[in-house]
Write a protein that binds this ligand. Structure first.
Ligand SMILES: Cc1cc2nc3c(=O)[nH]c(=O)nc-3n(C[C@H](O)[C@H](O)[C@H](O)COP(=O)(O)OP(=O)(O)OC[C@H]3O[C@@H](n4cnc5c(N)ncnc54)[C@H](O)[C@@H]3O)c2cc1C
Length: 348
């Protein structure tokens, strides 16, 4: 018997999970398709959110709107799933020179930056090597991505809204009103397939993606590090029990090769430079970020009828997904405007 559903979501990474929840919150029914074992990107993510590009001390595009939505949505999703995954922790920027320190203090006086920067210079914590001191951020944190995805899948399963199956795009049958897929009749289908839209065997190719490979290490230090994230060239994120995640790297090739010796060495050298002690690498992961050519997300209608794209969030899906999901869902529900700069058609 055919089952009616408002939206089919293809992909259950950070984007698909946040979008599925948002659609349901606004009263729509969803079915999410995902193959957990193929999840290449969200399972490698460290889950940090940060509204400032620390290298350049510039705000992320629409940072204030995104931070407001993030702080509302993830705690709501914790209540929905009864699982804790939202972890506000401070990000500390270690300065490389006196000029960076002065810039920090100047920005603390600016209304645009003051909500996110602590108005003081702090000494480096125990174990961290550096010639200069550091500045600490406010409102930042990390989403425990693995716990988050597992919790959302479980909550969706309870509503009969999750299918651990590969979605076969070439068997979708579209008509004037909507589409048929397997036993489902849906109003529309939304691709949240991450970099798979650019790399994969999917028939739903979308121009404009420029995937970026990233790698991280899980490292055991010889002494505990403060419960925070320390950002120098790379970040070092406390995981408790003297364990840290170190990352992330960037590469524009080797998408099928998995973790590489070269990047492992780069990250291990970083740890030996910034940590005043010994360390052991315990794990090494890689993933492909769904970045785009102009670094803007991809949110809007695909060329095919009743078909939408939600993704392209590069290295910031945790920060961006709640706000962008609201924009898309309110467009579906109330006909409000989409964001011009995110429309997939900008690449046609
Ligand atoms: C090393 C590393 C560190 C990172 N750190 C951070 C960080 O600290 N903070 C942050 O915000 N971001 C971080 N990112 C980026 C973040 O991981 C991505 O932005 C995010 O995972 C993208 O999520 P997504 O849901 O769009 O795509 P994905 O996580 O790639 O999810 C897509 C899903 O779609 C599924 N899929 C694809 N095709 C099909 C199909 N036909 N049928 C069924 N399922 C399908 C895949 O199996 C996958 O599960 C990091 C990335 C890397 C690589």
């Amino acid at each position: 018997m055919q089952k009616h559903v408002d939206y089919i979501i293809v992909g259950g990474g950070i984007s698909g999970c946040v979008l599925g929840y948002t659609l349901m919150k606004y009263g729509a029914s969803v079915v999410v398709y995902d193959l957990p074992k193929e999840n290449k990107c969200s399972t490698a993510a460290s889950g940090l959110w940060n509204p400032i590009v620390l290298k350049r001390m510039k705000k992320v595009w629409k940072a204030d709107e995104m931070m407001a939505e993030l702080h509302a949505v993830y705690p709501d999703m914790e209540v929905w799933t009864s699982v804790k995954f939202f972890d506000p922790i401070s990000i500390r920027r270690v300065f490389h020179n006196a000029e960076e320190q002065n810039t920090w203090m100047e920005l603390c006086d600016s209304p645009a930056f003051s909500p996110y920067l602590k108005d003081c210079i702090s000494p480096l914590p125990d174990g961290i090597v550096g010639k200069f001191e550091s500045g600490r951020m406010k409102g930042t944190g990390r989403l425990n991505v693995l716990a988050f995805i597992e919790a959302v899948r479980e909550a969706l399963r309870k509503e009969n809204s999750f299918r651990s199956e590969h979605f076969e795009w070439d068997t979708v049958v579209r008509d004037a009103e909507g589409l048929d897929y397997s036993d489902l009749r849906a109003h529309a289908v939304i691709s949240c397939q991450g970099a798979q839209m650019a790399l994969g065997e999917t028939v739903l190719q979308q121009e404009g993606f420029a995937p970026v490979k990233g790698e991280i290490l899980r490292v055991k230090l010889d002494a505990p590090m403060e419960n925070e994230c320390i950002h120098q060239k790379h970040f070092m994120l406390s995981e408790g029990n003297a364990e840290v995640t170190v990352g992330a790297t960037y590469a524009w090739e080797g998408f099928n090769d998995g973790p590489s010796t070269e990047k492992r060495e780069e990250l291990e050298q970083h740890v030996s430079k910034v940590w005043n002690g010994s360390s052991d690498t315990m794990d090494h992961l890689s993933g492909i970020r769904p970045a785009t050519k102009d670094r803007r997300p991809m949110v809007g209608p695909h060329r095919l009828p009743h078909t939408w794209v939600f993704g392209g969030m590069g290295s910031r899906a945790v920060l961006m997904a709640p706000y962008l999901a609201k924009v898309l869902v309110e467009h579906f529900m109330y006909g409000t405007d989409l964001l011009e700069e995110c429309l997939p058609k900008r690449f046609y």
